[in-house]
Design a protein around this ligand. Structure first.
Ligand code: GDP
Length: 300
């Protein structure tokens, strides 16, 4: 994955040096941990996450599991892998469907994060799995957002509930609520509600998202974050966690060549799992996120 290419190379180099050693001294472990720390920081992983991560790796690497291992270097790599899986959220977390349909999924995030595109990706993916999703256009901020969602819906082959004149235009909370009602009437089993974002965190936007959340009581609130936004990822994620309290994270634009480490920090910092990864502009560039697979890719 392009985003983590550099991090991957740096870690591979570190482990290559380690492999030439037989038994590992405390100095070997410290040297390795220092290199891992630098590689993670250079990849933009948040400092507090790096500290926590390297602390755990160091403690384990100095312990019995390494000194008693037949191949100590390999054991250290295994530890790094396990701890990486942990910061990425541990177990894979799947979507939780409502016992009584429809399952309501709300999307939140900054403007340009990839919410509208994600709405189409998620709908297409769900439809392929036998679900009958509908999209609700509650992003009334951007002039083109409703049209864009309609285009995405057509590409995904799923219907879109869009504001009609006289039907609460201008009020995204009403549109979201009516969209959910419409979905119930038409027996759709999943409703995906697209909401407005701003270029930066903004109190009014956050209140609107919180109001929509309160009005539709979603089963999942997915916070979409652009892996390219670098260090801002952490502050943005915290603001959305406080403002709307999401249930899961979607990393978008993982196909980009920016250092994606900040986005990798989000699960660990917010305690919310990364559930999906978006890897391109096409609706098929999308996959459920598996922490273990991502860790293996990074350490490949
Ligand atoms: P929104 O403002 O959050 O609804 O963001 P959009 O869905 O409109 O996406 C903003 C831009 O990013 C659009 O040009 C999308 O085509 C693009 N985009 C969305 N997801 C991805 C992705 O995973 N990779 C890449 N390369 N571009 C993406």
């Amino acid at each position: 994955m392009a985003t983590f290419g550099n991090l991957s190379d740096r870690l591979a180099e570190t482990f290559k040096n380690l492999r030439t050693k037989g038994k590992l001294s405390a100095a070997d472990v410290d040297g390795t941990v220092r290199e891992i720390r630098r590689a993670l920081l250079d990849a933009d992983v948040a400092l507090e996450v790096v500290k926590d991560f390297t602390g755990k790796v160091r403690e384990r690497a100095l312990g019995d599991e390494v000194s008693k291992a037949l191949n100590p270097a390999q054991q250290v790599v295994k530890i790094v892998n396990e701890e990486l899986v942990e910061i990425l959220g541990g177990q894979q977390r799947r979507l939780e469907f409502a016992k009584k349909p429809p399952t309501i999924i709300m999307l939140a995030g900054l403007q340009g994060a990839g919410k509208t595109t994600l709405a189409g990706k998620l709908a297409k993916w769900l439809a392929k799995d036998g679900h009958t999703p509908i999209l609700v256009a509650a992003d009334l901020q951007r002039p083109n957002a409703v049209t864009q969602l309609e285009v995405v819906g057509a590409q995904a082959g799923v219907p879109v509930y869009a504001p009609q004149p006289g039907n609460g235009v201008g009020n995204p909370v009403t549109v979201a609520r009516d969209g959910v009602k419409y979905a119930q009437q038409k027996m759709h089993d999943v409703v995906i509600v697209d909401t407005a974002g701003r270029l930066g965190v903004d109190a009014e936007m956050m209140k609107q998202a919180a109001d929509i959340r309160k009005a539709i009581d979603p089963d999942e609130v997915l916070f979409v974050i652009d892996a390219m936004i670098g260090q801002d990822a952490v502050a943005t994620a915290r603001a959305f966690q406080d403002g709307v309290d999401f249930t899961g994270v979607v990393l978008s634009k993982l196909d980009g060549d920016a250092r994606g480490g900040a986005a990798l920090s989000v699960a660990s910092i917010t305690g919310r799992p990364i559930m999906f990864a978006s890897t391109g502009e096409s609706l098929d560039d999308f996959e459920p996120f598996h922490p273990d697979r991502m860790a293996s890719r990074i350490l490949d």
